[in-house]
Design a binder for this molecule. Structure first.
Ligand SMILES: Nc1ncnc2c1ncn2[C@@H]1O[C@H](COP(=O)(O)OP(=O)(O)OP(=O)(O)O)[C@@H](O)[C@H]1O
Ligand SMILES: O=C(O)c1ccc[n+]([C@@H]2O[C@H](COP(=O)([O-])O)[C@@H](O)[C@H]2O)c1
Length: 288
């Protein structure tokens, strides 16, 4: 790790917050390995099978190609203050992520720390995880009782990493902190090339792990929202409990009031136009 220093040492928690750690393995299986925790930051509006699949792909990659041992994984939904188009309230996004994590692998958890407060930069979010897992919880242990610090690592799609090369989206200091101190697993995403995503991040290459999609699948939350607005089924694109939750609460039936854009979603969210639906659905299904 580049440095042990956090960007901040004072972490403000939302009201009634407690850090979830019930699914962390506190005892390592292999003492020779480095324990890591995977953190996926994003909107999750709504969470899809592709978000969950990222964790499974990372698990396979880690087992086959690295000396890491995954001791837990987190979905960290972004704050409502992110104000991205299509961003449903944090309460609903957290509930859907919780349903998805519960029915999926037994090592996934949802952290509400960033969701239920003001917008927090990703570098600060990773510091928060490092603080909770290593300072508050005290890290993990080998079977022989030896203590190990856990390395926090960002799990992201190649579209998110591409934004790291776009001027004005991320600060250099934050990139150095995220990629230099922590590191990242990048899952290939259709339409967002891996080389393009990482070319300008070469300085941190040793901490960037690229995971190819062997089965192409380009489900996105944007497409799911468009389907829902047009009364089309999204079953089998999302976990069933999440589909049921969306139906029971009548979510995504109308266009989101969050229409202001942030730098980070440049060219990505096409929710306010019909471009995506026209391009991606057969003509007979275009109900607009
Ligand atoms: N199909 C996918 N393949 C690879 N990574 C993905 C995929 N869908 C989402 N991700 C990654 O998951 C993380 C969270 O994504 P996010 O919540 O923004 O979903 P999204 O589908 O991109 O949302 P939206 O369509 O609203 O922009 C990001 O790192 C994103 O790159
Ligand atoms: O920390 C930053 O400077 C920063 C810049 C751009 C994006 N992010 C994070 O990246 C995630 C982007 O999610 P999304 O839905 O816009 O793909 C979200 O968690 C943001 O907080 C973070």
């Amino acid at each position: 790790m580049a440095s042990n220093i956090h960007l901040t040492e004072s972490f403000t928690n939302p009201p009634d917050y407690s850090f979830p750690h019930h699914r962390i393995s506190r005892t390592m299986r292999d003492p020779q390995k480095t324990p890591i925790v995977l953190v996926a930051c994003g909107s999750f509006s709504p969470v899809t099978y592709l978000h969950l699949r990222m964790f499974e792909m990372a698990k396979d990659y880690v087992r086959q190609n690295t000396d890491f041992e995954i001791i837990g994984g987190y979905l960290s939904p972004v704050s409502d203050m992110y104000k991205k188009p299509g961003l449903l309230s944090a309460r609903h996004r957290v509930n859907m992520c919780t349903l998805a994590a519960e029915e999926s692998a037994n090592w996934l958890m949802v952290d509400t720390w960033e969701a239920f407060q003001s917008y927090q930069r990703t570098a600060i979010v990773l510091d928060h995880f490092d603080h909770e897992i290593n300072t508050v919880l005290g890290g993990v242990y080998t079977e022989d009782g030896e203590h190990r610090n856990v390395r926090v690592m960002l799990l992201a799609g190649s579209d998110l990493i591409s934004t790291m090369s776009e001027p004005g989206v991320w600060s250099y200091a934050d990139l150095d902190h995220i990629l230099g101190r922590y590191g990242t697993f990048i899952v290939e995403r259709a339409g967002s090339g891996m080389d393009q995503a990482t070319d300008s991040l070469a300085k941190w290459r040793h901490n960037i792990y690229l995971i190819s999609q062997l089965i192409q699948n380009d489900v996105s939350s944007t497409k799911v929202r468009l389907f829902l607005r047009r009364g089309l089924s999204v079953r089998y694109l999302l976990p069933n409990p999440v589909v049921d939750y969306i139906e029971q609460n009548g979510l995504y039936l109308e266009e989101s009031p969050n229409t202001s854009t942030t730098n980070s979603e440049k060219g990505k969210d096409r929710d306010s136009t019909n471009t995506l639906l026209k391009k991606d659905l057969p003509a007979q299904q275009q109900v607009c």
